[in-house]
Design a protein around this ligand. Structure first.
Ligand code: PAF
Length: 284
């Protein structure tokens, strides 16, 4: 395991000089199968996989779960050994944010709505730390999960806007057997909340069924998804949205693939999920 930027850079400089392609999987630890699937994708495409583990303080607002966010370095290391990750980079906060740091990366537009409306400082923290990790590792490819769909779109835009020389890979959501999207925050859920949390995926599946029946009106689908939440008293809906993926703008009618996003609190835990909705091809 490496904890300083200097050591990381000299290790990677050698690998690069040997012509090795470097892949980066940024994480905040508390690893689950979703993270491990990113490492597997990275290992398939790259010669050297770097997994960063850093609970980034700047993406948590005061009152959010920064202090209680699970820190499970020993079991993370064991899990990463099972997928043969090459390098674990686990820097301290001082290493990532030198004292007096005052520079942030801000992606305008895409950061303002949905998660950004509820967590207004969150995405600046994400883009800033990911940009820093890109500078530290200088990867050829970087791997992120579709579970954080808005985050992925914002990072794709950052890479385009800043002409960063790397390829972005967004990998599919990994779900529990009953459909709950894997998330480090699932560990906060009580047994009852764990059951209630299924309402997120159920609402997305409902939208998929509407589409299969040929219902393309976005308002109608949204209302049905919202109604699904009214039947689950332990969940408090933040939003459901049917969006054009690149712009994150709402659609009126589903004519081409759209992304359905849901966000809700189950007890004190905020959960998000999403699903691509593809209209059935028309037969003529
Ligand atoms: O998705 C996450 O776990 C985090 O937002 C990330 C990308 C590792 C940045 O801290």
């Amino acid at each position: 395991m490496i904890s300083t930027i200097a050591e990381l850079r000299s290790f990677l400089a050698k690998a690069r000089s040997e012509g090795k392609q470097i892949g980066l999987v940024p994480t905040m630890g508390a690893l689950h199968k979703g993270h491990l699937s990113l490492v597997e994708a990275c290992r398939e495409e790259c010669d050297l996989s770097v997994v960063s583990i850093f609970v980034n303080p700047t993406q948590f607002a005061p009152g959010e779960d920064f202090e209680k966010y699970p820190r499970t370095l020993d079991s993370d290391r064991e899990k990463l050994a099972t997928v043969e990750a090459d390098v674990i980079f686990a820097p301290s906060t001082e290493e990532v944010y030198p004292p007096g740091s005052s520079t942030t990366v801000h992606v305008a537009g895409l950061t303002e709505r949905w998660e950004g409306a509820t967590r207004p400082t969150h995405f600046d923290g994400v883009t800033t730390v990911v940009m820093k990790l890109f500078q530290m590792v200088q990867p050829d490819r970087a791997y992120f999960g579709q579970k954080d769909f808005q985050q992925a779109q914002i990072l794709l835009k950052m890479v385009r806007d800043l002409n960063l020389p790397l390829q972005m890979r967004i990998c599919p959501i990994v779900r529990e057997a009953d459909g709950l999207a894997m998330s480090s925050r699932n560990a906060y859920l009580s047994t009852e909340e764990r059951r209630a949390s299924l309402v997120l995926y159920k609402s997305l599946q409902l939208a998929e069924r509407f589409l299969a029946e040929g219902i393309l009106d976005a308002d109608r689908i949204r209302l049905a998804m919202e109604a699904e939440f009214s039947s689950e008293p332990l969940a408090k809906l933040d939003y459901v949205a049917l969006l054009e993926a690149e712009t994150l703008n709402e659609v009126d009618e589903i004519q081409s693939p759209v992304i359905a996003l849901v966000a809700a609190w189950v007890g004190k835990t905020r959960l998000i999920d999403n699903l691509w909705l593809r209209p059935a091809p028309t037969t003529s």
